[in-house]
Design a protein around this ligand. Structure first.
Ligand code: ZN
Length: 270
């Protein structure tokens, strides 16, 4: 994959500001960008939008919304309102999609969590329709099923998206989270056949990780599943940019230009 077929998540280069990310991605010939809300906190979003437009980078997604579950109904309503803000931020930034990390609350069953997630997304649909912003459910690795996402496999994501049955609701496939799943190719094909394959994220799971969130690998490291899954995604007809989303204290401690070079080199093999 060439650099212009890639979109970088700004959190991948956490040490850089939003403006450094935009400048450096464009200069390196990267095709697009997904913007983390953390990267633009406190910024004038209209100015960020102007800079993004000026670089010619393709806007891919706002990361992230979600966290719909809670035992307290008022907390669930607050979560829906926070997601409405995320959709409006995406619209302001010219980003066509919000990625959803759907949430899980300790003490609730997976079924309770999934039901609350379905209700939360349903409550967002009128605003998604009026803004045209798409919602991408991202299944997380089951090691996060306790408190981050009850959507813990592509099968879960497909079932949830099927139950919602809305053209603006789809799925973001992330290699780190779904590499382990048997029958993955079938689930990806099912997702694509329903026109719900909205996004593809690469980074690798390292079985010997030293932090549950912040020790992710470049494509080719760890279980080396990115190339295998990239083939499935391509065969399913996905034509969007491949998003690079790597959280790594190790790589954040390096020169970020060198890290970007490593990303481009490792993605060339996909
Ligand atoms: Zn992801």
């Amino acid at each position: 994959m060439k650099p212009d077929q890639l979109a970088l998540h700004t959190f991948t280069n956490k040490p850089w500001s939003i403006h450094e990310c935009l400048e450096n991605y464009a200069r390196r010939g990267i095709g697009g960008v997904s913007i983390w809300r953390e990267t633009v906190t406190g910024h004038d979003l209209a100015k960020v939008r102007k800079h993004l437009d000026d670089t010619g980078l393709k806007p891919v997604s706002l990361v992230r919304g979600g966290f719909f579950t809670a035992t307290d109904p008022a907390a669930r309503e607050n979560a829906v309102n926070a997601n409405r803000e995320a959709i409006l931020e995406a619209e302001t930034l010219g980003l066509p999609m919000v990625v959803l990390v759907c949430g899980a609350t300790i003490g609730q069953s997976p079924e309770q969590n999934l039901a609350q997630i379905g209700e939360g997304i349903t409550a967002l649909l009128p605003l998604a329709e009026s803004t045209g912003v798409r919602l991408a459910i991202e299944p997380l690795h089951p090691m996060y099923a306790g408190d981050r996402s009850a959507v813990a496999s592509m099968r879960d994501a497909n079932e949830l998206a099927d139950s919602l049955g809305h053209p603006l609701v789809g799925v973001a496939v992330d290699v780190f989270h779904v590499w382990w799943e048997s029958g993955l190719e079938k689930q990806i094909q099912r997702c694509a056949a329903a026109k719900r394959l909205f996004a593809f994220h690469v980074c690798e799971f390292k079985p010997e990780f030293d932090h549950v969130l912040l020790d992710r690998g470049l494509p080719g490291e760890g279980v080396n599943a990115s190339a295998r899954i990239a083939k499935m995604i391509k065969a399913a007809g996905f034509s969007g940019l491949t998003e690079v989303e790597i959280f790594s204290r190790k790589y954040w401690s390096e020169n970020q230009h060198d890290f970007l070079d490593k990303i481009v080199a490792s993605c060339a093999a996909l």
